[in-house]
Design a protein around this ligand. Structure first.
Ligand code: BGC
Length: 727
């Protein structure tokens, strides 16, 4: 189902205008920021309020305006105890847009059940570098792929509530997020960092959240070029824009003029400064009206959806949603290596044999759902890797060792037929940065004391929500329910101890499987080849252990494909500087960067092994009615059922532009089965930025379309000629 198009000069806009005309000045200003008082709001946040109530804004009871109630994501609903899905990067690895839409649908239902109507979890910043602390919250390094996944989530969520896409724009350095200015040229901005936002705006997303960082010299929340020039004037976005939390705008009148509609989440900078600015002529009431109209019109556009009865809280982490989480966890597993030992690949493991299995590494038994920032979901319970393997191999004798003592772990591995080492990262290694921020002057933005009447009504509103309690695994944390410091990764390698553990266990047991837990690429070249089987797994959600075990024992074919390139060396990547105050973003990152450098990836974008094999044949490309599509025959040539992800990489001939992903399809095939697959290549995926007209254009000419299994695969090449548009 496609969401209805956004309003422009439509009936919602007209209705909103008449509502706004009946508002008092004070009511209008009330709609321009969050409804909660700043200091009381912060205190509540510190009491895990974040997990207890949505953030509310723009509610005006006198006029029956509901405003909106925001809850974060992306790995589920963060209020109350809810389904925790695998993180977005894991879901990116599924390349399964239908699954992502179903996840969105489930999230939307849960969001309504907790009393929210705006989901803040469509996070689609491009993974520019794997050290980015919040890498796990997006889907990967390629704008086409990220756009399709984010659009699918948006479609699903908007069956039930409004969705918010974030963080607009160029937000992919975490520690520096409050200080860094990103310089980006027009071509790179529009071809690399923005296409996925545009795709999601075209999908009808209700709300856009601006980013903390600055772009080309202007903070994103105050940035007219981005919020009005690009978003409204060029793309025709008709919803409303909210700021990121607390330091998301720096200058009240400037943000209003720029097109930022609502400052979130509290009464802060605008409440302090806007009345005087309006009085003194530094801000314009016409801009106030326009922003309020956008909020009211967008909410009206969703009236039909939001007037349906909300499900009750029994939908939270219900069996149906948990099984979706398991499906996603299994489909996200990327098999990087699966070498034969004694003539047979190590995986899959025969589930009904009485194996002796050594399960090694602290992460095998850990609850490790992902970062400890705004995306932290309180899953009521979690299936760890150990739980999942135990359930999947009922005849096996499983011995668990935390790997702390490497010699002891190696001895255990030597005594077993199979060893599974689970290593990688946790919320302490990567995630949203909630530590001390370097720019102390930010506290200068804090407002004066709260209005006591407002505090009283806020306290009354959250009184029952205060009773929500964390699940046992959260209550056992060192900071129960609190945020983890997170931040950008300090290295792309595994910890030294993990590397030594892998080496020792692999030496002790030739049938060693390594499962890597991370939010993005890990450089593994230094130990790759020690163990015959390596899996890229993830913060894989509350059913993650079962999902992984489904793949290990062959119940599910490994169909995950890398949503990023894994370099052989960190030096093969573009620069990253976690402490930067100024930084330049160029067009080359990920597999384009590697292609331009002539450096092969250790594991290319789009790569992943299967337990079966697939071949591609008979590809043709057709241009019909301005649309391009590729038809290809896919055959499952191996001995098991599985799914292939067929990818199309496009390049305009006669240019030095690297080939870019322009279409993909996931196709399930029984062993021996052959199917014809049609892959649409949308015009937007072939478009380039024309800096003369400041528009995206598809140039006439010949295009090479490579149908392949990953970015480094020569695949099958077909060509199409695109005619010049009629004069
Ligand atoms: C994050 C956003 C999040 C917001 C609300 C911010 O710190 O950057 O992604 O939506 O908090 O929790």
């Amino acid at each position: 189902m496609t969401t209805e198009p956004p309003p422009s000069e439509d009936r919602w806009g007209a209705e909103a205008r008449s509502v706004v005309a009946s508002m008092t000045d004070q009511e209008k200003l009330w709609c321009l920021d969050g409804d909660a008082p700043f200091w009381a709001g912060l205190t509540y946040l510190g009491e895990s309020g974040y997990h207890k109530s949505p953030f509310r804004a723009a509610r005006v009871d006198r006029l029956g305006l509901p405003g909106f109630a925001f809850s974060d994501g992306p790995r589920g609903v963060v209020v109350d105890q809810a389904t925790c899905f695998p993180v977005s990067m894991a879901r990116g690895a599924t390349w399964d847009v239908d699954l992502e839409e179903r996840i969105g649908d489930a999230v939307g239902r849960e969001l309504r059940a907790i009393g929210a109507d705006l989901f803040g979890g469509v996070c689609v910043n491009i993974l520019r570098h794997p050290a980015w602390g919040r890498a796990q919250e997006t889907y990967g390094e390629d704008p086409f792929h990220v756009g399709e996944m984010g659009a699918a989530l948006t479609r699903g969520v908007q069956h039930h509530v409004m969705a918010c896409v974030k963080h607009f724009a160029c937000n992919s350095m975490e520690n520096a997020r409050f200080q860094v200015d990103i310089t980006v040229d027009e071509v790179s901005l529009h071809e690399v960092y923005l296409p996925q936002f545009r795709r999601i705006v075209d999908e009808g997303v209700a709300v856009v959240m601006s980013a903390y960082n600055s772009v080309n010299g202007e903070w994103c929340g105050d940035n007219h070029d981005l919020l009005t020039g690009v978003l409204r004037d060029e793309w025709g976005f008709g919803g409303f824009v909210i700021s990121d939390w607390i330091f998301g705008i720096r200058d009240a009148p400037r943000s209003l003029h720029a097109g930022l509609d609502v400052e979130m989440p509290y009464r802060m900078i605008r409440a302090d400064h806007l009345p005087a600015a309006l009085e003194g002529g530094d801000a314009d009431w016409a801009d106030v009206d326009r922003s309020v109209e956008r909020v009211v019109a967008t909410r009206k556009r969703f009236d039909d959806v939001l007037s349906r009865d909300a499900p009750d809280r029994s939908v939270l982490a219900c069996p149906e949603h948990r099984s979706l989480a398991r499906e996603a966890a299994a489909k996200s597993v990327v098999l990087l290596r699966n070498d034969p030992v004694d003539g047979q690949t190590v995986l899959p493991v025969e589930p009904d044999r009485p194996w002796t299995v050594a399960l090694i590494g602290g992460l095998a038994t850990a609850v490790n759902l992902g970062d400890g920032g705004s995306s932290d979901v309180w899953a009521p319970e979690v299936v760890t890797v150990a739980d999942g393997v135990r359930a999947a191999l009922p005849q096996a004798a499983l011995s668990v060792d935390d790997g702390g003592d490497i010699a002891r772990a190696a001895d255990l591995a030597a005594s077993c037929e199979l060893a599974l080492v689970v290593v990688g990262y946790t919320r302490d290694d990567e995630g949203e940065f909630i530590g001390e921020f370097a720019s102390a002057h930010l506290v200068d933005l804090f407002p004066g004391a709260d209005d006591p009447d407002l505090v009283a009504s806020f306290e009354a509103g959250i009184a029952t929500e205060r009773l929500i309690q964390p699940p046992p695994h959260v209550a056992g944390r060192s900071q129960p329910g609190g945020f983890a410091e997170g931040g950008d990764r300090v290295s792309l390698r595994l910890h030294d101890h993990d590397v030594a553990l892998i080496r020792a266990v692999s030496a002790a047991n030739p049938r060693t499987v390594v499962s890597l837990v991370a939010g993005s690429a890990v450089v593994i070249a230094e130990w790759d080849g020690c163990a015959p089987a390596v899996i890229q797994s993830w913060y894989s959600g509350m059913e993650g252990g079962l999902g992984l075990a489904d793949v290990l024992c062959g119940r599910v074919d490994p169909t995950g494909r890398l949503p990023f390139s894994v370099p052989a060396r960190e030096a093969d990547l573009p620069d990253f500087d976690a402490g930067a105050t100024a930084f330049v973003y160029g067009a080359d990152l990920g597999y384009w960067h590697l292609a331009r450098q002539g450096t092969p990836a250790a594991y290319p974008f789009g790569f992943g092994l299967s337990y079966t094999s697939f071949s591609l044949g008979h590809a043709t490309a057709t241009v019909a009615g301005g649309e391009v599509h590729v038809d290809v025959t896919v055959t499952n040539t191996g001995g098991r059922d599985g799914a292939d992800v067929v990818q199309v990489y496009a390049r305009r001939l006669g240019t030095d532009r690297p080939a870019r992903l322009a279409g993909f399809a996931r196709v399930e095939l029984a062993h021996g089965e052959r199917a014809g697959v049609r892959i649409p290549v949308p015009a937007a995926a072939l478009s380039e930025r024309d800096v003369g007209s400041h528009a995206m254009v598809v140039h006439p000419g010949r295009y090479e379309l490579r149908v392949a299994h990953h970015a480094g695969d020569p695949g099958i090449v077909v060509e199409v000629a695109l005619p010049a548009p009629p004069a």
